[in-house]
Design a binder for this molecule. Structure first.
Ligand SMILES: Cc1cc2nc3c(=O)[nH]c(=O)nc-3n(C[C@H](O)[C@H](O)[C@H](O)COP(=O)(O)O)c2cc1C
Ligand SMILES: C=C(O[C@@H]1CC(C(=O)O)=C[C@@H](OP(=O)(O)O)[C@H]1O)C(=O)O
Length: 390
């Protein structure tokens, strides 16, 4: 399974391709659109999210509501394109309307990208570096999620910290359906709704102070059997592949599993997950310090993946920079921006986890059709279960 996206932030549309999706999966398009709406809904987003109303159109790989096994092609239109058509250079004969960007923003791709691709107009970099592309990632991830759900695997991304404020309570629901209902009930994607007002306050304070904030995200995955991924070679370690996928999300600067950085401070005998066995339940663990991975393989515990998002780089009061046209000291361009996008990024992280798991599972098991995948996955699950009980 492979996926790619194309499209500029203020261009006409985003395009996505997803290959090797098993045949005969009934896709729920309104469920994809619901995820797109949730991605837009996060508290702290800028004016752009008032313009867009993302919905997906699937133009290939599906007939009569079911996948055919052919590559899926997706498109999401950019409503904002109506305002940017001239600036985006829809025709070659309007160079004076291009609104050239020459003052790169520290923390964005503008300067390095401009140098690398030899662009004097940094818009040619920022348009594609923009996290607008994450709308398509969420659509693709939702499709991967629908496939995983057929195997009883469910992922949810949520926010656990914002601008230095972190959730103290770790007693939020462990049942995935309840957790999802709580997370999707509030525009901060918090698993603890008693904290929503405080987190809104952090966004409001940042906005009033003319700066931006980052935060902390967790993606939790339930229902995975042990033995997905492998210790045989570094590329096959699933925890490594997930970490790479998460860090590829714009503005994500750190990723960890289970107790994460705290593991480095713990005594060795307290940092592992002791193994127990009962005739009824087979092998079990009383704890999940390691976040569901041993040797790069799932160990049957829920996955707990944490990510840190840096503050949005575009500042209402542009940061010190250099104008690339003159080399003079300048104030960075102030494109309209989000105060924070941690809630949206938690959905993007969820999508990247869904895509990576779907990639891994369709590679490990026979997957031309959903029936093939189900039977080979269940056969393996049974073998792991038998081993646990023998
Ligand atoms: C959902 C989402 C929304 C974002 N919104 C903005 C924004 O409004 N303004 C901005 O400067 N950066 C925004 N970013 C972050 C930039 O896209 C990112 O910092 C930039 O592409 C450089 O990549 P890097 O931070 O990974 O180095 C957003 C990121 C995400 C995931
Ligand atoms: C468009 C999206 O996010 C954008 C990501 C982004 C950036 O620089 O990454 C900059 C902003 O775009 P604009 O300059 O048009 O306001 C965000 O709104 C989106 O999430 O759909």
């Amino acid at each position: 399974m492979q996926y790619l996206t194309a499209g500029e932030s203020h261009g006409p549309m985003l395009t996505g391709i997803l290959t090797s999706m098993p045949a005969n999966v009934a896709l729920n398009i309104s469920a994809i659109n619901q995820q797109l709406a949730l991605r837009q809904n996060g508290y702290g987003r800028g004016g752009r999210m008032k313009i867009e109303q993302d919905t997906v159109t699937i133009t290939a790989g599906m007939r009569a509501g079911r996948t055919t096994g052919s590559p899926l092609a997706l498109l999401i239109k950019n409503r904002d394109y109506a305002h940017w058509q001239k600036i985006m250079g829809a025709t070659a004969d309007n160079p004076d309307q291009l609104r050239v960007v020459t003052r790169p923003r520290p923390g964005h791709a503008d300067l390095v990208g401009g140098l690398k691709y030899d662009q004097q107009d940094l818009r040619n970099i920022l348009e594609r570096a923009s996290a607008r592309s994450t709308a398509m990632i969420v659509a693709l991830g939702s499709i991967a999620g629908q496939l995983l759900a057929q195997l009883g695997i469910h992922a949810i991304g949520y926010v656990t910290g914002l601008g230095g404020q972190t959730l103290a309570n770790t007693e939020w629901p462990t049942n995935m359906a309840t957790l999802r209902a709580v997370v999707e009930s509030n525009d901060m994607r918090l698993p603890d709704t008693s904290q929503v007002a405080a987190f809104h306050g952090a966004v409001d304070a940042a906005k009033a102070a003319h700066h931006t904030i980052g935060g902390q995200i967790t993606v939790q995955v339930a229902g995975l059997i042990p033995g997905i991924g492998s210790m045989q070679n570094w590329r096959e370690r699933l925890d490594g592949r997930l970490a790479g996928a998460i860090v590829s999300i714009p503005a994500i600067k750190a990723v960890s599993f289970g107790d994460g950085p705290a593991l480095g401070e713990m005594a060795g005998n307290a940092a592992q997950d002791d193994i127990t066995w009962t005739p009824q339940g087979g092998y079990t663990r009383a704890s999940n310090h390691l976040g569901g991975f041993e040797g790069g393989m799932t160990n049957g515990q829920p996955l707990l993946i944490h990510a840190t998002m840096k503050p949005i780089p575009t500042q209402p009061r542009g940061l010190p920079t250099v104008d690339i046209a003159t080399h003079e000291t300048a104030q960075a361009v102030n494109e309209r921006a989000d105060v924070t996008a941690v809630p949206a990024a938690s959905l993007v992280a969820q999508a990247m986890v869904q895509l990576t798991l779907a990639q891994e599972i369709t590679a490990q098991f026979s997957s031309a059709t959903l029936a093939d995948l189900r039977s080979s996955y269940q056969q393996f699950a049974q073998r792991m279960q038998d081993r646990r009980n023998d």
